[in-house]
Ligand binder design. Structure first.
Ligand code: CTP
Length: 405
């Protein structure tokens, strides 16, 4: 999924941020895309075609009129074979040309000729970006269906701070993956995913938490987005950035998580509960920092948190996780039944390279019918897709219809 196997036409226009397009091209290639680069004359003042040719192993289109180039006469072929076209960086000048429908260079010509979705990542001086002409051009292009990513606020090449920085490569790629997946097998479905730990406060500076990194839940949310789902990710505190192209809701405690999950599942087709909510919370939170005092021991009274997935009720699929250190399948089956789940992902946290904080997971999928599917050790991104493959089948088996499709 994502950009793997897709043909991405990357247009590079003349901004100092053009050098960052080399990093984007490299990341796209690493993610399994085929990348064809088209550069404007101005872009070539900042970075050479050889850079892109070396990264992409494809000819770079620079000129309509180069008699030695096959591609220069095949710009329409590039436009036709593109799965998506990305312009990064897109300068104010280039946006104006695209908005006007000009086709006097291969980049604009390809953008005009292609039927593939268009993603624009502007980068320019902050005042140029704020200018009504640029804003109008961006609106025009968005109305025609283009996706605009960024620019971001920060330090600009001029030394000033403002909005004009090219969006990060990861952000552009996240939006691109979402764009490519718009017609995916989860199109029209709303999926709620929970992720990460919860923090249960003891006093203003201390809390009880756990080691959940959020990686599995984030991977599921992104994979569902890349298959066309409308995704809400409800997450506890993690080190991970909000994934582009989906809605992220931040929570802290298990009680917050319950409230947000209950609200979000109302119109959802499935909830995938990958969060690790604390089972207990301190009976009360001290208003001031707790002093250590003279005693050698301290007792904290804990009260039980609600079981969030068990108490959600409604016409949606319920998918849970069971992270176990012993009797994996037996414990997972008990949770499947007691929590009324349609599927549970059982995960042996003692297995090598599986469980918390690593990028891989070794899981079994258990269902009420007794069906058990063992998956090999996979990347969490791959586990996410395997879980969603089953979710797609279960949605169909339940006769769940996508909305607005
Ligand atoms: N879960 C939940 N609410 C809780 C605790 C867990 O919704 N208060 C969900 C988790 O998100 C997961 C599933 O229930 O999908 C199983 O979580 P796990 O921590 O493995 O199980 P517990 O029910 O907490 O049981 P135990 O800690 O005794 O293993």
């Amino acid at each position: 999924m994502g950009v793997r196997g897709k043909h991405i036409v990357l247009g590079v226009s003349g901004s100092i941020a053009a050098y960052k397009a080399a990093d984007l091209a490299s990341k796209l290639i690493q993610a399994g895309a085929r990348v064809s680069v088209i550069m404007t004359q101005a872009a070539r003042e900042f970075i050479t075609p050889l850079t892109f040719r070396s990264i992409t192993h494809q000819p770079v289109v620079t000129d309509w009129w180069d008699p030695a180039s096959d591609l220069s006469i095949q710009h329409v072929a590039l436009a036709e074979s593109a799965d998506a076209m990305v312009v990064a960086p897109a300068t104010a000048d280039l946006l104006a040309k695209l908005a006007a429908g000009l086709a006097d260079d291969p980049l604009c010509g390809t953008a005009l000729a292609t039927q593939a979705p268009l993603l624009l990542a502007p980068a320019m001086d902050a005042h140029m970006f704020e200018h009504p002409a640029t804003q109008q051009n961006l609106r025009t292009l968005q109305e025609r269906g283009a996706t605009v990513v960024g620019p971001e606020r920060g330090r600009l090449a001029s030394g000033l701070t403002g909005t004009g920085r090219l969006a990060a490569a990861e952000t552009i790629m996240g939006h691109l993956a979402a764009l490519l997946g718009r017609q995916g097998d989860l199109k029209g479905y709303k999926i709620v995913v929970s992720a990460g730990p919860t923090e249960e406060p003891l006093d203003p500076v201390r809390h009880i938490a756990n080691r959940s990194s959020g990686k599995m839940g984030f991977a599921i949310a992104e994979a569902a987005r890349d298959r066309g789902a409308r995704v809400t990710l409800v997450t506890g505190p993690t080190a991970l950035p909000d994934p582009p192209g989906l809605r992220t809701v931040h929570i802290r405690t298990a009680l917050n998580l319950r409230d947000r999950v209950q609200e979000e599942v109302r119109d959802a087709h499935a909830i995938i509960m990958a969060a690790a909510p604390a089972d207990f919370r301190p009976a009360s939170m001290a208003e001031q920092k707790i002093k250590k005092g003279a005693e050698a021991t301290m007792v904290v009274e804990l009260v039980k948190n609600p079981d969030i997935i068990a108490e959600t009720r409604g016409d949606f699929l319920k998918i849970g996780f069971a992270a176990e250190s012993e009797e994996l399948l037996k414990n997972a089956r008990t949770k499947l039944v007691e929590k009324g789940l349609d599927l549970i992902v059982a995960n042996d946290i003692t297995a090598e390279n599986s469980g918390f904080a690593v990028d891989t997971n070794k899981v079994f999928l258990l269902e009420p019918s007794g069906q058990v599917t063992e998956l090999p050790l996979l990347l969490k991104t791959e586990v996410a897709d395997r879980i969603l493959d089953r979710v797609v089948e279960l949605l169909a088996a339940r006769g769940k219809r996508p909305v607005g499709v």
